[in-house]
Design a protein around this ligand. Structure first.
Ligand SMILES: [Cu+2]
Length: 273
C-alpha cells in the first residue's frame, strides 16, 4: 500500500512536474526567484497562509504577497479582508520604543491569485531592534492574525533615503527606490515610493510632489539623454524612466518639491550594474 502510494506520487511528479504535494498544495509561483517567508495555519478551519517576497526583506520598498487557501479543497480566500501591520520594537536610550513604517495595504490580485501589498522597512533588524510583521485577516467566519518575525537587512547601495524637508525641518521624508529592480543598459523604468512621518505609528504616502531626475556617471562626468521625470501615480508612487547609456556606477540625482517649497535638492540613489 505504502509502496503503491510512493509509486503513484513519483508517477504524478514525472507526468506533471507542477503537480501539488501535501506540503504545498497550491504552489504560488508568480516570479522565478520568489522567496517563501513562512507558511502557517490561520486557525480558521483548514485555511493556511503563506507569505512570499521577491527577495529577503531589506530596508526599502518590499512587495509582500499573502496566499490564503483552504488546505483541503484548495479554494483561495480571495474575498477575505487582509491588512499588514509591521511593527519594530527597539531600545532607544534605555527605553523600549515601538514604531511602524509606510505600508501599501494588500489587495487581491486575480492574476497572482494572492494578496499583494508592500512594506517599506525604514530600519534594519539589529541587536537593539526587531521587526514583527503582523498579517490580520477577516472573513465571514471570524478574524485573527498571523505574525512573522522578519530579519531586515540594509542593502550595500541604499534603497531608501530619509531626510528632513529643506523648507520644513519638522517634516521627515522617506524616498524608496522601487524600480529599476534589475537595471540594464538602455531605458529603465524609474519608480519611487515617497512617504512622510506623521507619528511613530503613521507614515502616510506623500502625493502631489514634483520630482525631477538627472542621471550622472560621476567617474566619467557625463549624463544621459531621454530621461522622463517621475509623475505621481497615487499611493506615494512616482513613475518615469531613466536612461543608462552604459554599465557602471550611476547617480540618479533628484529634486523634490512640494509646490514651490523645496523638499530635497541634493539627494540621489546610487545604481551600479
Ligand atoms: Cu526602529
Amino acid at each position: 500500500m505504502k509502496t503503491n502510494t510512493i509509486i503513484l506520487v513519483l508517477l504524478l511528479a514525472i507526468l506533471a512536474p507542477s503537480c501539488q504535494n501535501d506540503d504545498d498544495p497550491i504552489p504560488f509561483e508568480p516570479f522565478k526567484d520568489i522567496v517563501k517567508i513562512m507558511s502557517s495555519p490561520t486557525g480558521l478551519e483548514a485555511y493556511k497562509m503563506e507569505v512570499y517576497m521577491n527577495e529577503d526583506p531589506f530596508v526599502g520598498f518590499n512587495y509582500v504577497y499573502v496566499d490564503i487557501y483552504d488546505s483541503i479543497s484548495g479554494e483561495k480566500a480571495s474575498d477575505w479582508e487582509v491588512t499588514y501591520a509591521p511593527l519594530m520594537t527597539m531600545m532607544m536610550d534605555g527605553n523600549i520604543m515601538k514604531h511602524t513604517c509606510p505600508v501599501e495595504q494588500p489587495i487581491y490580485d486575480t492574476k497572482l491569485k494572492a494578496f499583494s501589498g508592500a512594506s517599506v522597512f525604514i530600519m534594519p533588524t539589529t541587536d537593539m531592534g526587531n521587526w514583527a510583521f503582523e498579517i490580520k485577516y477577516k472573513n465571514t467566519h471570524g478574524e485573527g492574525s498571523v505574525t512573522v518575525e522578519l530579519t531586515v537587512v540594509e542593502k550595500s547601495e541604499p534603497a531608501l533615503l530619509s531626510f528632513l524637508s529643506e523648507s520644513n525641518p519638522d517634516m521627515k521624508y522617506f524616498v524608496a527606490l522601487i524600480n529599476p529592480a534589475t537595471p540594464d543598459v538602455g531605458v529603465n523604468e524609474f519608480e519611487l515610493g515617497i512617504y512622510t512621518k506623521e507619528s511613530m505609528m503613521s507614515f502616510p504616502a506623500a502625493n502631489g510632489l514634483t520630482v525631477t531626475i538627472e542621471p550622472e556617471m560621476p567617474s566619467m562626468n557625463h549624463g544621459s539623454p531621454d530621461n522622463v521625470n517621475p509623475t505621481g501615480m497615487g499611493n506615494g508612487r512616482y513613475k518615469g524612466s531613466v536612461n543608462f547609456t552604459m554599465t557602471g556606477l550611476w547617480h540618479v540625482n533628484m529634486i523634490i518639491k512640494e509646490g514651490t517649497n523645496m523638499v530635497a535638492s541634493d539627494k540621489y540613489f546610487v545604481i551600479e550594474f
